[in-house]
Design a binder for this molecule. Sequence first.
Ligand code: BJW
Ligand code: ZN
Length: 241
Amino acid sequence: MNMLIEKAKEIIASSEKVTVLTGAGISAESGVPTFRGKDGLWHNYRATDLATPEAFERDPSLVWEFYNWRRSLLSSVTPNNAHEALARFEKTRVVFTLITQNIDGLHGRAGSKNVLEIHGNIWKMRCTSCGTVIIDYRGDVGSLPRCDACGALMRPDVVWFGESLNAEVLTEAFNASRECSSMIVVGTSAVVQPAAFFPYEAKHSQAFLIEINPEATPLSGDADISLRGTATECVPLIFEQ
Ligand code: BJW
Ligand code: ZN
């Protein structure tokens, strides 16, 4: 493991363009539940009951209850040393892109400035009719929040299954995957598209691929280095220059 850490560190240090893709696993040690796996959120809730546009149409207050519960859980957690190491690393680099699937906002709270939040942000909500977005809505939104501008129902500004990602953000993420010299993938099960495709895009463009995950994923076989450790164990070690 030590040799792999050293090798990964060297690769990152000598890469001109670095792209990082994170998933729920990077926030696990902050106390945020992941989605899949035995302690995952979807173990207790069915994704199709809560994280789809159909679920919201059927029962918006149930979906809002779920998100309000997660918002309250998130308000008491703090970024961990993996989020912090990435925020510090960003300051040392001209070309660095952080793509996250997480909606928890912890990268921003750790000090990362340039974050592509491809699945949205749980602290934002959006009007289902006029599209008005409210940022950093911290208080209790209740079970059926309404738009101040037009009175229609607000929804969490996140990307549910079957919904398209923001086209501009998606293009930026694809470009950063295609153009990087190394991609580091941290704490994702690598099964949800299109995010799961980014590492392959990087690899097709000859980037060096490093995976950090205590468990094997469908990506592991294609990674040049697989670090079988947790985010807080590995990220600070390989990004601290
Ligand atoms: C640690 C750790 C530690 C633990 N340190 N690691 C059939 C086939 C193929 C594709 C599709 C299909 N049917 C539908 C699709 C498309 C669908 C998709 O990919 N589905 C697959 C599941 C099959 N994708 C979409 O619908 C996307 N949109 C789209 O494609 O639009 C075009 C289209 C439209 C219509 C039809 C088809 C295509 C949108 C996807 C949106 C995903 N949204 C969610 C919810 C966001 C809001 C919310 O949070 O409530 O995003 S789902 C959920 O999964 C969330 C996550 O961002 C995402 C990824 O999860 P992640 O981060 O990988 O977490 P886990 O829990 O899976 O993994 C955690 C990992 O951490 C594990 O590996 C652990 O080992 C590890 N770990 N502790 C480091 N300490
Ligand atoms: Zn509105």
